[in-house]
Design a protein around this ligand. Sequence first.
Ligand code: TMP
Length: 211
Amino acid sequence: MRGGFITLEGTEGVGKSTCLEIVEELISVEGYRVLATREPGGTPLGEKIREWILEGQHSSLLAETEALLMFAARSHHLDDVIRPALSQGYWVICDRFTDATFAYQGGGRQVNLEWLKTLKTSVQRGLEPDLTLLLDAPIKVGLERISNRDLDHFEREDLMFFERVRETYLDLAHNDSTRIKVIDAAQPMAKVRAQISKELKRFLRNFRASE
Ligand code: TMP
């Protein structure tokens, strides 16, 4: 039996890592085996691409090249980790996936969305996350939370960039409200947890019914 594929998305400082732990715990409690992974990353090659993009000083990197690197890492991640895990019955919980490419490269850097859709189709070959939790909070709230971190390649972008990223995420959620559930991440963590738990319970009911 194929496992479920859940992704988490959101702009910087929305508490994605804590929410990933919550999802992992709630799915494990249901008796499923869980594989938690992330993008860019999740394989040795993907982690190298991640490190190169996030830590590098490469202001001249073209937005289109950045998008291709994300899809290259994703293609390898899908073939080496995600597809095999799903077919062995693992539930895969992935910290970011293709919605992030639409939001950051498409929305933030204004890369052509039709081109990104073509890349998505060829890399995913019909595989979509079963559920995506979009952690949403006003950009200023998130940036305030990360203000004392060493900033990476994306975190150094300006407010307008992140406003476009957030808007694109919300558009994606609006256009695919069955898959993408928006979680209000500006609330205290106990309330965020309760909302995630509610969405997961509803999702699991439907997932099991369709098995
Ligand atoms: P994170 O640890 O906050 O998730 O860092 C990953 C960064 O990479 C984040 O700023 C979003 C960015 N990113 C993209 O720009 N495009 C993508 O396709 C993915 C997966 C991540």
